[in-house]
Write a protein that binds this ligand. Structure first.
Ligand code: TRP
Length: 335
C-alpha cells in the first residue's frame, strides 16, 4: 500500500431498492479493490433518490438500509471505507446552491444522462427541478470531500465531465485551487445487460438479478433469460453474440476455457440452452451464496448496520465542513 499516493475516492448509489449484479459489475467490484489502495468514501444518495421519488419518501429510508446491507455483505469494510448518508451532510446542499450559479440551464439540458433518464421516466414537460439539476448536486457530492477517483458505470461519465466543468469554473472565478479535478474510473465490463437482453440492467425494468435474491429466484430468473431466439432445436447452430447467458458467463465464470468450449459447441449446434443456463446458475450461486449468507446475518441487527453508516457520516461531516471553510474563504464570504 503506497500511502503517499493515496487519493480520495468518492462514489455512491441511489437507494431505490436493493443493489443488483449491474451495480456489482459497474462499480461495487471496483470499490472492493480501491478500498485497499485509497481513502474511499461511499455515499448513500438518499437526496438524489428523492429527486424522482418524492412521493415514495416513506420507502427511501427502508431502501437506505437495504443498500447499507448490500455494501457490508459484499465485503466493503468500514475500517477501509467511509460510508455516509447524503442527507446528513448539509454542506452538500450548501455547495449545490453555489454551484447552480456556475451552470447554465442550457448546459443541463444537454447532459446526455439526464436527457436519457427524463425520457426513461416519461417526465415529458413535468421534470422536477431537483431532478433536472441533480448533476450539480452530484458535483457537490464529489467535491465536498475533494474526490479524485470516481468509480462509476459508463452511464455516469457525463456527470463527471460536468463536475469538472464546475471545478474549473470555480477555481478560475475565485482564483484558487480548492478543488482537484475528478477522474471517472469505468470498470472493464462497461455494463451488464438485463436478463431480458436489454442493454442495461435496472430495477425499474424488471430485468435485474439482485445480490439479495434467494436461490430459487436466481434459478427462475436465469431459466427465463434471453438467449438466441433462432436457436430453437438443440441441434441448431446458435449465436453467442448478444446471447445474454454467454455474456454473463464471460463476466462471472472464472473457467474461461470451459466457456470457450461451450461457446464453440453452441455455435456448432448440439448444446441446448438449458445446459448453458445450468452452468450459469452454478456460477452465480457460487458467487451469491456467501453474499446472501452474510447479508442475512447482518440483517439480524439493523441498528448495528445503521450505526456503521452513521459513524462514517460523522467523519465525513468534519471533512465537509473543512472544505466549506475553504469555499467560503475563496468566495469572499467570511464575515
Ligand atoms: N448518480 C449515481 C447513480 O445513479 C449515484 C451517485 C450520486 C453518485 N452521487 C454520486 C455516483 C457521486 C458517483 C459519485 O448511480
Amino acid at each position: 500500500m503506497a500511502s503517499s499516493h493515496k487519493k480520495v475516492v468518492l462514489t455512491g448509489d441511489r437507494p431505490t431498492g436493493p443493489l443488483h449484479l449491474g451495480h456489482y459489475v459497474g462499480s461495487l467490484s471496483q470499490r472492493l479493490v480501491l478500498q485497499e489502495q485509497h481513502d474511499q468514501y461511499v455515499m448513500i444518495a438518499d437526496v438524489q433518490a428523492l429527486t424522482d421519488n418524492i412521493e415514495r419518501a416513506h420507502q427511501v429510508k427502508e431502501w437506505v438500509g437495504q443498500v447499507a446491507l448490500d455494501y457490508l455483505a459484499i465485503g466493503l469494510d468500514p475500517n477501509k471505507t467511509t460510508f455516509f448518508i447524503q442527507s446528513l451532510i448539509p454542506q452538500i446542499a450548501e455547495l449545490t446552491v453555489y454551484y447552480l450559479d456556475l451552470v447554465t440551464v442550457n448546459r443541463l439540458k444537454r447532459n446526455p444522462t439526464v436527457k436519457t433518464e427524463i425520457q426513461l421516466r416519461g417526465f415529458g414537460d413535468s421534470v422536477p427541478a431537483g431532478f433536472f439539476v441533480y448533476p450539480v448536486s452530484q458535483a457537490a457530492d464529489i467535491t465536498v470531500v475533494k474526490g479524485e477517483i470516481i468509480p462509476v458505470g459508463e452511464d455516469q461519465l457525463p456527470m463527471i465531465e460536468q463536475t469538472n466543468e464546475i471545478v474549473r469554473s470555480f477555481n478560475r472565478i475565485f482564483n484558487t485551487n480548492v478543488f482537484p479535478e475528478a477522474r471517472a474510473q469505468v470498470s472493464s465490463v462497461a455494463r451488464l445487460p438485463g436478463t431480458d437482453g436489454k442493454a442495461k440492467m435496472g430495477k425499474s425494468q424488471g430485468n435485474a438479478i439482485f445480490l439479495s435474491d434467494p436461490e430459487d429466484v436466481v434459478v427462475k430468473k436465469v431459466m427465463s433469460m434471453y438467449t438466441d431466439p433462432n436457436h430453437v432445436h438443440v441441434n441448431d447452430p446458435g449465436k453467442v453474440e448478444g446471447n445474454t447467458v454467454f455474456t454473463y458467463l464471460d463476466v462471472f465464470d472464472a473457467d474461461k476455457q470451459m466457456v470457450a468450449e461451450m461457446k464453440a459447441h453452441y455455435q456448432r449446434g448440439g448444446l441446448g440452452d438449458v445446459k448453458v443456463k445450468r452452468r450459469l446458475i452454478d456460477v452465480l450461486q457460487a458467487f451469491l451464496t456467501p453474499i446472501r449468507e452474510r447479508r442475512a446475518l447482518l440483517a439480524q441487527d439493523m441498528s448495528a448496520v445503521m450505526n456503521v453508516m452513521l459513524g462514517g457520516t460523522q467523519k465525513t461531516l468534519v471533512v465537509a465542513e473543512r472544505t466549506m471553510q475553504e469555499v467560503r474563504e475563496a468566495m469572499h464570504m467570511r464575515y
